[in-house]
Design a protein around this ligand. Structure first.
Ligand code: C5P
Length: 226
């Protein structure tokens, strides 16, 4: 595959590994675009649930993935990017654990992943892209020059999710989150298509106990040393 002139930095890893925060810091520091691919799977899971579609009905969910209109809107005040699904601001709804589980279920359907391929690759625009997900380095941008895979212990990841969700005012317990995270990891890592695993040329960084800014600085050093 010829190398595209637009650089891509892929940040993959399991839920709660710090991908989201680190990717945002990196996109800001570099002045690059940001792709939150998990939000796309969440948006499709949300749209399918809202339409009353059985999430195990691969054909119906694929149709939903092909027709759902998803776009990101920068609020312009430095706040979190809004996720608009079929014209409705679903930013808060898609962040719930129920939606995370729906996303993980529909993400295991190969034709759903195919339906989202071009949309994701379309985010590669100058001056560069930070791509956050599970298969950014393995499937979506295999030619990316710099690939990072973040990990952290399940307990730490559950604690981070707990803080994030509590801050959004959601009613969650740490034990339930740990259980949910372990189940989602197992499903994401064992699926037949695009299972969660580092690309062979990815740099693996354990973020347990490491502040997001420190992780981002390490990645910036990696990027500059290439
Ligand atoms: O990263 P986030 O928790 O928002 O992702 C939600 C779910 O979407 C993941 O558990 C995973 O199943 C799926 N996903 C995926 N491939 C990606 C991003 C997310 O399969 N690139």
């Amino acid at each position: 595959m010829p190398r595209s002139p637009v650089p891509v930095l892929t940040i993959d890893g399991p839920s709660g590994s710090g991908k989201g925060t680190v990717s945002r810091l990196l996109a800001q520091a570099l002045g690059w675009h940001l792709l939150d691919s998990g939000a796309l799977y969440r948006a499709v899971g949300y749209a399918a649930s809202m339409a009353g579609i059985d999430l195990s009905d691969a054909e119906a969910v694929t149709r939903c993935a092909e027709t759902t209109r998803i776009h990101f809107r920068d609020p312009g005040d430095g706040g979190e990017t809004r996720v608009i699904v079929n014209g409705h601001d679903a930013s808060d709804e898609i962040r719930t654990e129920t939606c995370g589980a729906a996303a993980s279920a529909i993400a295991a359907i190969p034709s759903v992943r195919t339906a989202l391929l071009d949309l994701q690759r379309g985010f590669r625009r100058a001056p560069g892209l930070v791509a956050d997900g599970r298969d950014m380095g393995t499937v979506i941008f295999p030619d990316a020059a710099t690939k990072v895979f973040l990990t952290a212990s399940a307990a730490e990841r559950a604690r981070r999710r707990y803080k994030q969700l509590k801050a959004k005012g959601l009613d969650v317990t740490l034990a339930a989150l740990l259980h949910e995270i372990e189940a989602r990891d197992a499903r994401d890592a064992s699926r037949a298509v695009a299972p969660l695993r580092p690309a062979p040329n990815a740099v693996v960084i354990d973020t347990t106990g490491v502040p997001a800014q420190t992780v981002a600085d390490r990645v910036l050093t990696l990027l500059r040393d290439r």
